[in-house]
Design a protein. Structure first.
Length: 328
């Protein structure tokens, strides 16, 4: 028996994918890290201390919410596909829960120091978290991710839907303090927006992982088609709640001006443009799914859609670290 060394051609595809993943991760990290500084340039607005770091933590938190929610959603869709293989890719939910726990813990430490970046452990007032609304919500997210991780490792991973729902509710309440006009209405809009976005982003990621596991089967094409139909509804809900939330924070006669003169408006404009790109990619995928001789050729634009959606998640995290727009 002789051992042969892999050729350069055999190594190139795997190496190329690894390099592409590293580049995407680097870009995804740069968006929240540098986004607040770029958006605030020339606006005259003051950024909160550590805005870049907070945006990075929120990016991780949002991604940690999307991944397990998407797995549950994709598994639910797969059960409705006749003849779907029983094979499923390895769950990323435990790793996502661990990352979400660390991110939520970091954000809680910021809240515990009066929304300032702690210089040392002595600056963190853990007991003070129980005395404020933001502190209680931060603790809820920490505990919810810990519970989600335990559920993901249990015999009933579907039970992680409950702690994940708690994270979504906490984020919706955090985004709208009680001093805001009709905060419950704003929280309701944000909750629908966050849940639909998590299902859309995480669902597509896991559907593509399932298709790769299944190979070129008819069930794979059926699953992708089923996801596309549900994703259209999710996109409509995301668009409606996003527009409504924008008009609540930016009156109609000031929207156009604030889109270019405020940091929040600039990042919101970038998010809208990215979502438009995602919508085009989704449309291309759906057309290929319906008309191409090989329906699974729709996977190519769907993969590009996942990358664009990752950028949308990062930009959304930047929005949470910026000053709320002015209501003129």
């Amino acid at each position: 028996m002789s051992l042969t060394r892999p050729t350069a051609d055999a190594l190139r595809p795997g190496a190329g994918r690894a390099v592409a993943v590293l580049v995407l991760v680097a870009v995804a990290a740069l968006i929240p890290l540098l986004g607040p500084r770029v958006a605030l340039d020339g606006t005259g607005e003051a950024a909160a201390p550590g805005a870049g770091g907070i945006a990075v933590l929120r990016t991780v938190l949002f991604a940690a919410l999307c991944i397990p929610a998407g797995e549950l959603f994709a598994a639910w869709l797969a059960r409705r596909v006749p003849g779907a293989p029983a094979e499923a890719p390895r769950s990323w939910a435990p790793y996502a829960a661990a990352a979400g726990f660390v991110a939520a813990l970091g954000l809680a430490s910021v809240v515990a120091t009066g929304n300032l970046v702690p210089g040392s452990l002595a600056d963190i007032d853990v007991g003070g978290l129980y005395e404020t609304r933001d502190g209680k919500l931060a603790l809820l997210e920490v505990n919810a991710f810990a519970a989600a991780g335990l559920c993901a490792l249990s015999r009933r991973p579907a039970t992680q839907a409950w702690p994940l729902a708690a994270v979504a509710v906490a984020e919706a309440l955090r985004a709208h303090p009680t001093t805001e006009h009709t905060p419950l209405a704003g929280s309701g809009l944000t909750l629908v927006h966050v849940v639909c976005a998590a299902l859309w982003v995480g669902g597509l990621l896991h559907v593509l992982r399932m298709l790769r596991r299944w190979g070129g089967t008819e069930a794979g094409a059926a699953l992708l088609g089923l996801y596309a139909r549900v994703a259209a509804v999710l996109l409509a809900a995301i668009t409606a709640t996003g527009v409504w939330s924008t008009l609540r924070r930016m009156p109609p006669d000031t929207v156009l001006e604030q889109l270019t003169t405020t940091a929040y408006g600039r990042v919101l404009l970038a998010k809208v443009l990215l979502v438009a790109v995602v919508a085009v990619l989704a449309l291309v995928a759906r057309v290929r799914l319906a008309r191409a001789s090989d329906p699974l050729s729709a996977c190519s634009p769907a993969r590009a859609e996942v990358v664009a959606l990752a950028a949308v998640v990062a930009v959304s995290a930047v929005l949470t670290a910026l000053p709320v727009p002015i209501r003129w």
